[in-house]
Design a protein around this ligand. Structure first.
Ligand SMILES: O=P(O)(O)O[C@H]1O[C@H](CO)[C@@H](O)[C@H]1O
Ligand SMILES: [Mn+2]
Ligand SMILES: [Mn+2]
Length: 393
């Protein structure tokens, strides 16, 4: 019986670590994107010996990470079925939710009426309402924001309504209240994936965003893997943004994180204290600090930092545990775009119950994760194709 063999599954999502353009990347303006391979090229080779041993270099050509003859993990890559390339769409698909319609994006900014209604409800005017990079828009409008008290509204190529405000101009609670108002408004035809509070501190020329960012997701539909597991009495633990991405649905316990290394620490903490259940961790800095900022060197360093921690994670694994490492979309820092890219994501599946070296090929959907984890836990899940039979010893 499968469910006897596997007691715990740890899924680590390296946010934005894509492994090459999807066949429809051109529709998203992402021809040529390959986050991992292009970062490796930009720094003339990545040092990822531990991921390399698992089989990362067997998935694709990565400078500095040669394929190994006997990968320790089962390996492959996955395509995204849902239309989109954002965090929510990617994570939801891994949980078995396939979107028919993409979350709405606003390349021209939000409609006038919508902004006017928002301003009426929050009781003040707003600034911006443009597509922008978050660090640039606060430099541009921060001074005016500070003198007028008007929050800065902006979006991106993603389905997001972001509100930036200086913490000393608009107190956090007030910013969060504004986000809740926006969240309530942005439904039905204006359903955006996330409303995001983007607080910052400092002075013009040296503003710094704070870690008090907060995301307000749409409630995910059921059935989805997290809710199904929870209903079956299996504990689900979220590290980093997971709780927010699923709007808290199907997440039994959560911990937020300061940075990637704290994300690894918190994952290890859950591993050391919970012999059973699902641990799902999102390491966001690849995306937020490096992908969106087109910082290939920083991206490379962050990958190497994770690789150095991997032995600790492997050492914390139980005999009845499977570790799955993947990503939610791409965000190639070497292309002119500072936005996400429509890419395949890597798939590494490792653990004592798993046959190493199995080539899982190109999976047609991230939902194969949900189907496989469903099999692992003995909670069959209909969406996606399980690769459990291919890899279980
Ligand atoms: O440029 P910043 O504000 O970091 O925003 C980025 O972060 C958002 C959410 O992850 C993305 O939609 C992108 O716009
Ligand atoms: Mn993401
Ligand atoms: Mn992002």
């Amino acid at each position: 019986m499968l469910e006897k063999k596997i007691k715990r599954v740890t899924v680590i999502i390296l946010d934005s670590v894509g492994v090459g353009e999807l066949p429809d990347a051109a529709d998203y303006g992402d021809t040529g994107s390959n986050t991992l391979a292009n970062v490796a090229k930009a720094v003339k080779g990545l040092k990822l010996p531990n991921l390399g041993q698992l089989g990362l270099g067997n998935i694709l050509d990565v400078e500095g990470v040669p394929p190994v003859p006997q990968p320790r993990a089962a390996y492959g890559k996955m395509a995204e079925t849902s239309p989109g390339k954002d965090t929510t769409t990617g994570h939801w698909e891994m949980a078995g939710i396939i979107l028919e319609k993409p979350f709405r994006t606003y390349p021209q900014g939000f409609p006038r009426e919508l902004i006017e209604e928002f301003e009426k409800r929050i009781g003040r005017k707003s600034l911006g309402n443009v597509v922008a990079s978050g660090t640039q828009i606060i430099e541009e409008l921060g001074r005016e924001h500070m003198s007028t008290g008007r929050p800065i509204v902006y979006t991106s190529a993603d389905s997001v309504f972001q509100i930036a405000a200086h913490e000393e101009v608009i107190p956090l609670e007030e910013l969060y209240r504004m986000c809740q108002i926006a969240r309530e408004m942005l439904v039905d035809e204006h359903q955006v994936g996330r409303v995001i509070a983007r607080p910052f501190l400092g002075q013009p020329g040296s503003f710094k965003r704070t870690s008090n960012r907060h995301d307000y997701a749409v409630t995910p539909p059921v059935p989805n893997l997290l809710v199904s597991l929870q209903e079956a009495g299996i504990k689900t633990m979220g590290v980093g943004k997971i709780y927010d991405i699923f709007a808290g649905q199907g997440v039994s316990e959560k911990v937020t994180t300061r940075d990637n290394m704290d994300g690894v620490d918190q994952t290890l903490r859950f591993m050391r204290t919970n012999p059973e259940g699902l641990i799902m961790a999102n390491l966001v800095e690849y995306d937020s600090l490096y992908g969106h900022r087109n910082d290939a060197r920083g991206y490379a360093n962050a990958l190497e930092d994770f690789d150095r921690r991997l032995p600790e994670i492997l050492a914390a694994m139980l005999p009845q545990e499977v570790l799955l490492i993947t990503a939610d979309h791409g965000c190639d820092p070497t292309t002119p775009s500072t936005d996400h890219s429509r890419e395949y994501v890597p798939l590494l599946v490792f653990g004592a119950p798993v046959k190493g070296g199995v080539n899982l090929g190109i999976r047609s959907s991230f939902a194969d994760v949900a189907a496989t984890l469903g099999d692992f836990f003995g909670v069959p899940f209909k969406t996606g194709t399980s690769f459990a039979p291919k890899i279980l010893l």
